[in-house]
Design a binder for this molecule. Structure first.
Ligand SMILES: Cc1cc2nc3c(=O)[nH]c(=O)nc-3n(C[C@H](O)[C@H](O)[C@H](O)COP(=O)(O)OP(=O)(O)OC[C@H]3O[C@@H](n4cnc5c(N)ncnc54)[C@H](O)[C@@H]3O)c2cc1C
Length: 284
């Protein structure tokens, strides 16, 4: 904890297909009791093997306590020859069972290609992955508000579920969740202060942005929002919430989790950089 880039290894203990396109994978790992905290929205990077390779302990560069932002670590990671260098993708800790020392991660099997989705579809007990993070350095407290909007696609559901579990009883949650079809709906935890959940189905032409834009009075009284999912949808939603619903910029936490037609290895676009600068300015 307190380090930007804790590096560890985790081993699969169980795999369950909780919806046709979601693999719930449990992992154990020596460092988990030290790394995982009882807080929502813990984000980390998983390092997945290239085809025909494995991720053996020692493959990833060691962390360095002085390297606060992990820049040197990342340079060392890029110096691993490409044929052996794991794929690194962002994930969320859906749950951690401290007694069983088991971490649960939900993998969206999105079918657009991509090593994480492929790995998740074939994962077997005993498979080993590298893990970078999570780090409490990036933890942000939940806002103390009467009503909070949580909006996202399938990739955001693990984080939304942990936020629902953590919201104080004084906060009512309004969830807008976009999924491929009705078969992808997940049971979400009850929030102490109550939650209304609205599912949006892409196979019926629904979109998160249109649903939130058309929500009308259903979102009256919402005074903070948490939004994650496909980057352009997230940005458009954030714009709507700030410009049309007049939420203060600092009350809308937003993260682009993936980019259409781009992998997580592709360099940031100019638009990505402009938004990153805006996010940094908002949280300054
Ligand atoms: C902080 C953070 C937390 C995240 N938490 C989770 C999580 O808990 N569970 C989870 O499943 N994902 C999560 N994601 C999203 C995940 O990292 C991306 O979806 C990632 O691109 C998947 O990697 P990949 O190797 O399958 O595809 P990539 O190699 O990155 O991309 C290959 C192709 O697939 C497309 N693609 C990628 N993701 C999707 C998608 N969801 N739907 C449709 N097309 C897609 C890309 O546009 C590209 O064309 C998180 C991302 C971040 C940044």
């Amino acid at each position: 904890m307190g380090q930007a880039m804790p590096v560890s290894y985790v081993r699969v203990t169980g795999v369950e297909r909780i919806t046709p396109r979601t693999a719930r994978i449990t992992f154990t790992g020596e460092a988990l009791p030290r790394l995982l905290e009882d807080r929502p929205d813990q984000q980390m990077k998983l390092c997945l093997p290239r085809e025909g390779r494995s991720v053996a302990e020692g493959l990833l560069p060691e962390q360095d306590a002085e390297d606060v932002h992990g820049m040197r670590w990342y340079e060392a990671f890029l110096a691993i020859p490409e044929a052996r260098r794991p794929w690194m993708r962002g994930f969320t800790v859906r749950a951690y069972d401290r007694g069983a020392r088991e971490m649960t991660v939900d993998f969206v099997l999105h079918g657009e290609g991509g090593p994480a989705s492929r790995w998740g579809a074939d994962a077997r007990p005993g498979d080993v992955l590298g893990m970078v993070g999570p780090s409490s350095l990036y933890a942000r407290p939940l806002p103390e508000v009467a009503s909070m909007l949580l909006a996202g696609d399938e990739t955001a559901l693990p984080a939304i579920a942990t936020v629902l579990e953590a919201l104080p009883a004084a906060t009512r949650a309004v969830v807008y969740a976009e999924v491929a079809d009705a078969g992808e709906e997940l049971e979400l935890p009850a929030a102490a202060g109550g939650a209304e959940v609205r599912w949006i189905h892409r196979d019926r032409g629904g979109s998160l942005l249109e649903a939130v834009r058309g929500a009308g009075a259903a979102l009256d009284g919402v005074d903070a929002a948490w939004v994650a999912g496909e980057a352009s949808a997230v940005r458009a939603l954030r714009r709507h919430l700030v410009e049309e619903r007049r939420l203060p910029k600092g009350s809308v936490e937003f993260s682009g989790y993936w980019r259409r037609a781009l992998t997580q290895d592709d360099a940031p676009t100019e638009e990505d950089l402009a938004w990153a600068a805006e996010r940094a300015a908002d949280s300054a």
